[in-house]
Write a new protein. Structure first.
Length: 202
């Protein structure tokens, strides 16, 4: 229970939206924080003591946040955060917990296979990004190593500014990436299959 640890409360209290992973058996009644309300908590139907996700928001944000999709067996919970005005698009946030690719979790009866997690995530990202911004949060056990965290080749390469003769957005991003500092990544020496799949979602 979060509220029983003063250190955690002090650290998390300033944030409007909290995404928690590996919550285990915590449900709405126990995944609580001062000044926050639990929008939804998912407990895994298989191996429930491990995994689990929850989304908490401050009370003043509650009217702007709603659950739009949940994959209980996958440990994925999607919420939509409405913008403050009509000039901005909504933000779709996925609270996600994906076990290690070789985890014994996948051997449990009724558990999905690892690739099924990523297939569902890919479909959801493709759908929601048509309507707004997409943000993936959580613990995906994805080691990305030195893989790039954006995909310039997916940007509109036909987009140009005719009046200025500017290059396509993709070309500009590719040129910029050559001058960016190296990412401070704890997985700098290695990557795994989940890391490759995660960077494919960039």
């Amino acid at each position: 229970m979060l509220h029983s640890d003063d250190r955690i409360v002090h650290m998390l209290r300033p944030y409007d939206v909290l995404v928690l992973t590996n919550t285990g058996l915590d449900e709405e009644s126990t995944a609580c924080m001062p000044d926050h309300v639990c929008i939804r908590a998912l407990v895994r139907p298989t191996s429930p003591k491990d995994g689990g996700v929850a989304v908490l928001v401050k009370h003043h944000m509650q009217s702007r946040v709603k659950v739009v999709r949940e994959h209980n067996t996958m440990g994925m919970l999607w919420i939509q955060i409405s913008p403050v005005d009509s000039q901005h698009a909504p933000t779709f946030v996925c609270a996600c917990y994906i076990p290690w690719p070789d985890s014994r979790y996948y051997q449990n009866r009724g558990s999905p296979i690892c690739d099924e997690h990523w297939r569902h995530l890919s479909f959801d990202v493709a759908e929601f990004k048509q309507s707004g911004h997409v943000l993936l949060m959580g613990d995906m056990n994805a080691m990305t190593g030195s893989l790039p965290d954006f995909q310039a080749d997916e940007m509109d390469q036909e987009q140009t500014d005719d009046s200025m003769g500017m290059p396509a957005a993709a070309s500009a991003m590719q040129a910029l990436s050559q001058h960016l500092p190296a990412r401070d990544n704890m997985d700098s020496a290695k990557q795994n299959r989940s890391g490759v799949k995660l960077t494919d979602k960039s």
